[in-house]
Design a protein around this ligand. Structure first.
Ligand code: NAD
Length: 248
């Protein structure tokens, strides 16, 4: 029996890294993609993990990642399009439009190119699954992160539309919407006790998520247990979206 093969972007840190480790532990072969070569070097040490350094906003990286999966492991069964960046600041701040363009290039174009590159290989495998990482920030507005919020909402509808196009070919396309999760992206917020308390006071579960808790839901969505689930975004947020993020 051949090990299933999964491609993970944004693999060197946080949710992506937890995802790579979880799939590798459970016997999958993994192609790990990131711009961070140092982080990738750590993942190379794991059994069954191949890495590719590259920027997901380029066709070259996405095509190269799928090619690597086929050359090294002979097939592709799932793609986790997780790479993302934050930031932007208020609408009128200096450089915010340049950041807006970059946010869309990585967070939205990166997912679209990833779907486009993965679909032919998934079809050749007889079907498969794609999971993109959106955010609770795609489900509501947040102060000062208008660009990020726009990209994460775009991912939710990109996933819906792409899922419809490929459902009859047994290719399922879903997203997760993480709430506050302890990673490099949120490191400074978690480390600031006052800010951290403000965030956790808004979350019914009253705590940040661990990256592994996101990876487990990605695992479920790519598994046969989710064989009739496509076109949806699953909040993984300790109940935050259930109460609208309102302070209790
Ligand atoms: P992280 O910063 O720990 O990891 C992101 C990874 O993506 C990094 O390794 C980074 O090098 C990589 N990356 C960035 N730009 C890239 C590019 N152009 N090409 C390839 N790789 C690139 O952050 P994280 O929290 O693990 O973020 C993962 C995803 O989860 C992102 O899409 C983020 O928006 C989303 N998210 C995170 C949270 C949270 O609270 N941490 C909440 C909601 C959504």
């Amino acid at each position: 029996m051949v090990n299933p093969v999964v491609l993970v972007t944004g693999a060197a840190s946080g949710i992506g890294e937890a995802t790579v480790r979880l799939y590798a532990e459970r016997g999958h072969n993994v192609v790990a993609v990131d711009v961070d070569e140092r982080g990738l070097a750590e993942l190379e040490k794991l059994d069954g993990v191949a890495t590719l350094a590259g920027d997901v906003s380029t066709e070259e990286t996405n095509a190269g990642a799928v090619r690597l999966a086929l050359e090294r492991f002979g097939r592709l069964d799932a793609a986790v399009l997780n790479a993302g960046i934050g930031g932007a600041g208020p609408l009128e701040s200096a450089g915010s439009i340049e950041r807006f363009d970059r946010l869309f290039a990585v967070n939205v174009r990166g997912v679209a190119l990833g779907i486009r590159a993965a679909v032919p290989a998934l079809r050749a495998a007889g079907g498969g699954s794609i999971v993109a990482t959106s955010s609770v920030s795609g489900l509501r507005g947040d102060p000062g992160t208008w660009g990020y919020n726009a990209t994460k909402a775009a991912v939710i509808n990109l996933v819906r539309a792409a899922a419809i196009d490929y459902a009859a070919q047994d290719i399922r396309i879903n997203a997760i919407a993480p709430g506050g999760t302890v990673t490099a992206m949120t490191g400074s917020q978690v480390a600031d006790p006052q800010f951290s308390r403000l965030i956790t006071s808004r979350i019914p579960a009253q705590r940040w998520a661990d990256a592994r808790e996101q990876a487990e839901v990605i695992w479920f969505l790519t598994s046969p247990a989710a064989s009739y689930v496509t076109g949806v975004t699953v909040p993984v947020d300790g109940g935050l979206s259930a109460n609208g993020g309102i302070l209790p």
